[in-house]
Design a protein around this ligand. Structure first.
Ligand code: MG
Length: 299
């Protein structure tokens, strides 16, 4: 099967040999943060160093959704369908209301400014979970050099009362994150210190309860490259970005197959009518490919 690597025979049924990897648009500096809006049949994603958020749809093609965009990175949707964004330059989490106004939801923890929120997910209880590594304040390219005031951590935000809780602070560069379909697990990738000769490449997994996270352990090490962003399908397989494309990892942590992409993939999102089309932010290019699995329903 051209374009795929089968690591476990099960993966043959996960992909479609006649479904091509489609290049939808390119010319971006670095794409990130894809999020699917099913009701509008469109994808939003960041072109991070270009300080803009792009919109793509089958019928309307490519357009600019927001620019300047405070160097937004990861995105998600909340239960009301509002866009939740990680802002590098703003060092905050924002919510774009349905009328377009932007509300700042969190920008500090215990009186210190956040670093540069990287990726975000929403839970069905209304809470917003995000990672806060310093990547966006280490260069002018991705937001602007500024001093870090907090350790790189993972946070849970309750937007109803504004309470921000640190749920993990033992990370070197927490990056992408994703709940399992039943929300009993949270996966968080750890990509290490920027400019390190030996970046970390693994995804960690935690059990989730009302208090936060427990029993964290290394779930899977991604090679080549590292895990940036990832999503679960409805059966709980983790589809992760990697240096050579997309890696599909089963819930036990075993790599079962790859979609090979001719560029480093940073993040991905399931979309399309049945959530079976995988949209890939891959360096300078936006790709899509239909697969034979559906993405976990987000909320
Ligand atoms: Mg990321």
């Amino acid at each position: 099967m051209d374009g795929f690597e089968i690591c476990d025979p099960r993966f043959r049924a996960f992909v479609l040999p006649n479904a091509p990897l489609e290049k939808l648009a390119d010319g971006f500096r670095w794409c990130e943060g894809p999020v699917w809006f099913a009701d509008r049949d469109e994808l939003l994603f960041s072109d991070l160093p270009n300080d803009r958020v792009m919109r793509w749809s089958e019928s309307g093609g490519l357009s600019v959704y927001r620019a300047p965009a405070q160097f937004e990175n990861g995105h998600a949707r909340d239960r009301a369908g509002r866009l939740i964004s990680c802002s590098h330059r703003g060092r905050c989490i924002t919510r774009t209301e349905l009328d377009g106004r932007v509300t700042r939801l969190a920008d500090s923890y215990r009186g210190r400014r956040l670093n540069s929120p990287n990726d975000v997910v929403c839970r069905s209880d209304g809470t917003i979970w995000f990672t806060d590594p310093p990547y966006g304040i280490q260069t002018d390219y991705e937001g602007g050099k500024q001093e870090s005031e907090l350790p790189a951590s993972v946070y849970r935000l309750d937007p109803r009362d504004g309470v921000l809780t640190c749920v993990a602070d033992d990370f070197q560069g927490p990056n992408g994150l994703c709940f399992s379909p039943d929300e009993s697990r949270l996966y968080v990738s750890e990509s290490g210190l920027q400019f390190s000769a030996d970046p970390l490449q693994h995804i960690r997994v935690f059990e989730v309860d009302d208090e936060g996270l427990r029993n964290g352990r290394v779930f899977h090490k991604v090679e080549p490259g590292y895990a940036d962003g990832f999503r679960c399908d409805e059966e709980g397989h983790v589809w992760s970005s990697a240096g050579d494309g997309v890696h599909c990892i089963d819930p036990s942590g075993a790599l079962i197959g790859k979609i090979l992409v001719p560029a480093t993939v940073s993040n991905l999102a399931f979309g399309g009518r049945s959530l079976s089309r995988l949209f890939l932010c891959a360096s300078h290019t936006l790709y899509a490919i239909y697969v034979n699995r559906r993405g976990a329903r987000l909320l």
